[in-house]
Design a protein around this ligand. Structure first.
Ligand code: SAM
Length: 177
């Protein structure tokens, strides 16, 4: 029996370490967990004209709130990447309880994912992450695709619109040429 308990204890410890390590990794290479105000998400999606059937990507899904809003209110098909198992699980639950049926959620590093099918990319990251993403956006997003960034601008292009309707950060909206 002591061996059994040792194995259970070790497994729980390893699982906990895995969860914490991935969450910390996401913090260092992307951004810590903070949520975009729902109104800011809606304003960005409205300005960018996101419509039914559009492929909407959230780079760092967090709680999944942008995926839910894009799907339920705009009819888009959301894809989310989330490195942290905690926030991956939260996003999954949010999608299920919100009744979103068609979505793609992956516990993956968004820097390593292809964005070429996206009609609209959403993110709330850091200036460092935006700098790193700029060449990826330029290389992979197709002409006409939209980028919505809450809080931080892309270093290499001018936004079509900067929106602020009373929330703490600005919403930067871009169209890929
Ligand atoms: C500031 S939060 C934004 C959450 C959500 N997009 C929102 O706007 O409410 C950033 C999220 O990105 C995740 N993240 C950071 N770097 C990542 C990466 N390279 N790949 C996948 N997820 C990442 C973090 O775990 C965190 O949940």
């Amino acid at each position: 029996m002591p061996l059994f308990y040792s194995i259970v204890y070790l497994s729980v410890l390893l699982l906990l370490l895995f969860v914490l390590a991935r969450t910390a990794y996401a913090f260092f290479i992307g951004a810590p967990i903070l949520y975009t105000p729902k109104k800011a998400i809606r304003d960005g999606l409205n300005f960018c004209g996101v419509k039914a059937g559009d492929k909407f990507y959230d780079l760092g899904a967090g709680s999944g709130r942008s995926m839910v809003i894009a799907a339920k209110e705009f009819g888009a098909v959301p894809t989310g990447f989330e490195l942290s198992p905690i926030f991956f699980a939260l996003t999954k639950l949010n999608l299920i309880f919100s009744g979103v049926r068609s979505y793609d959620l992956r516990m993956d590093n968004f820097y390593a994912q292809s964005l070429d099918e996206a009609d609209c990319v959403f993110c709330f990251l850091t200036p460092k992450a935006m700098k790193k993403l700029a060449p990826k956006f330029a290389a992979e997003l197709t002409s006409g695709a939209k980028i919505i960034s809450y809080g931080f601008q892309l270093p290499d292009r001018q936004p079509d619109k900067i929106i602020n309707n009373g929330y703490p950060g600005n919403v930067f909206c871009y169209t890929v040429e």
